[in-house]
Design a protein around this ligand. Structure first.
Ligand code: ZN
Ligand code: ZN
Length: 496
């Protein structure tokens, strides 16, 4: 290694050090912190974030990038330089004063959003939203884009994805899903999810959740499971990747499917190639690929027939007596119930992507100046009626439900639906390569994890999202895999 390469590694180590401290602070903030400690903590988070920003945009960083770009012979360093340069450009193009004003606006707007939501009053939030949209339009211009201004924002979360790709796949997905929703609404099959709502003690839910995490291959010597209000997984470093869950003693689905979901995120972060550890490449390549891992485990494994055929006995052994009389078929249907609902985070596997497509179409229109923030509630409600067949009667049920826009996050929503499509595409290939049925039956899912590690996890940021999908499946993003999977699954359950 040359001395310049060494200096570059040392600088990345410093950035990674601050990033790790920040991650641990975030985990603590969301799990263990006493209420009175929060104010001071917020200041520390601000200080550390500022430090990381300074290092990413420092003259030293710029000099090292310039010296190594096109010169280094090491493919890992070469890729790390590329990623650092993207970060440098992204962070240094926005004038400092403008960014500071934006950060202040954003935190004010998040507070106003809470008030607007609890008072069910969109008008309170509207002027803030307007300003946030204007900032994001400007940022998209600073960062640059080819065909569509929205691409400049999308690229932050899903590098390489464009509006022209998304327009095509989302349009196809939207029509297919809306048709399935109609077929299910007309089905005569009774699905009764209320039979799942018996009391299920927290400690027993935890026991089942831990057993499944263990089967998935989650490394408990490099992680832990804790309780929180809003569940998440967080990689402090690849040897310390933590999962959190929420226990609802009257609805076990929250903790069990939530833990499997976060466990899928955690497997990604635990299995980067050790050769990448010294660099910033030991990170997820995108939000969409991250979500593909959690959704794969939650739905394609955790809500599958094979899974429950083989784990229903274990479930019944741990579950209270009130669950013992539920027949398998009716249990399986209940955990796969489809029911259009107003709230995204409560949506089922089938309707979820429709919630996302609505948000995508609206935020794209906002950024491109085709929609005014004041017309947002009506546009939202109309799309809900068109795609899901239900129309919100107030803004709490509608446009005020998510914090994302109030926090200035435009271009983020599509990654959730991309995660579903990637997961379906990966699942299709995985089933050709290995006998997933036999593996689930064996009770040790290690070969599934090993396949994902080989094809997805280990690469970290060495590959862009669409490179991963292309290399594994031999084609670009294709919504047909998700459409076919959902059609097969729900035809069998709802018999249409
Ligand atoms: Zn169309
Ligand atoms: Zn997730």
């Amino acid at each position: 290694m040359t001395s310049v390469e060494n200096q570059f590694i040392e600088l990345m180590k410093e950035i990674k050090g601050y990033t790790e401290a920040l991650a641990l602070i975030h985990w603590d903030l969301r799990t263990k912190i006493p209420k009175k400690g929060m104010e001071q903590r917020a200041q520390v988070i601000g200080l550390l974030s500022e430090k990381i920003h300074q290092l990413n945009t420092s003259d030293q960083m710029k000099a090292l990038i310039d010296q190594l770009k096109g010169v280094t012979k090491d493919p890992i360093i070469e890729k790390a330089v590329e990623v650092c340069e993207e970060e440098y450009n992204k962070s240094s193009k926005i004038p400092v004063e403008e960014f500071k004003a934006y950060v202040t606006l954003r935190s004010k707007s998040e507070t106003v959003w809470q008030e607007a939501r609890s008072e069910n009053n969109f008008a309170l939030l509207q002027p803030y939203l307007e300003e946030l949209v204007n900032y994001n339009k400007k940022f998209a211009t600073y960062w640059g884009y080819h065909a569509n201004k929205y691409d400049g924002l999308l690229n932050n979360y899903e590098p390489g994805l464009t509006t022209s790709i998304l327009d095509k796949v989302f349009d196809k997905l939207k029509h297919a899903l809306s048709d399935l929703v109609k077929n299910i609404a007309e089905s005569k099959i009774e699905v009764d999810a209320s039979q799942l709502l018996h009391h299920f003690p927290k400690t027993d839910q935890e026991q089942f959740s831990l057993a499944i995490l263990d089967k998935m291959g989650y490394d408990f010597d490099a992680g832990r499971l804790d309780e929180t209000i809003h569940p998440f997984a967080i990689g402090i470093n690849p040897k310390d990747v933590r999962v959190t869950t929420r226990y609802d003693e009257n609805d076990f689905r929250t903790a069990i499917f939530g833990t499997i979901h976060e466990g899928g995120h955690a497997l990604y972060e635990q299995n980067f190639d050790p050769d990448l550890y010294q660099t910033i490449l030991a990170n997820a390549t995108s939000m969409g690929i991250h979500e593909s891992q959690s959704l794969f485990w939650e739905n394609f494994v955790g809500r599958s027939r094979h899974f429950w055929e083989n784990h229903f006995d274990l479930f019944r052994k741990i579950a209270p007596v009130s669950f013992q009389s539920i027949p398998f078929e009716s249990f399986f249907k209940a955990i796969n119930e489809v029911k259009p609902s107003y709230i995204r985070i409560e949506a089922d596997e089938l309707t979820y992507s429709l919630h996302i497509i609505i948000r995508y179409e609206l935020e794209k229109a906002l950024i491109n100046g085709d929609l005014d923030t004041k017309d947002l509630p009506e546009a939202w409600n109309q799309k809900m009626e068109d795609y899901l067949g239900i129309k919100p009667t107030n803004d709490q049920q509608g446009v005020l439900q998510d914090i994302h826009w109030a926090a200035g996050d435009f271009g983020y929503f599509p990654t959730y639906a991309l995660g579903y499509m990637y997961a379906a595409q990966l699942n299709h290939k995985l089933k050709q390569d290995i006998d997933i049925e036999a593996i689930i039956k064996s009770g040790d899912f290690e070969p599934i994890k090993a396949w994902m590690t080989e094809h997805v996890h280990r690469h970290g940021k060495m590959k862009k999202p669409l490179e991963i999908i292309n290399d594994v499946t031999g084609e670009g993003l294709n919504p047909d895999y998700l459409i076919n999977y959902l059609t097969d699954k729900y035809k069998t359950i709802y018999k249409f």
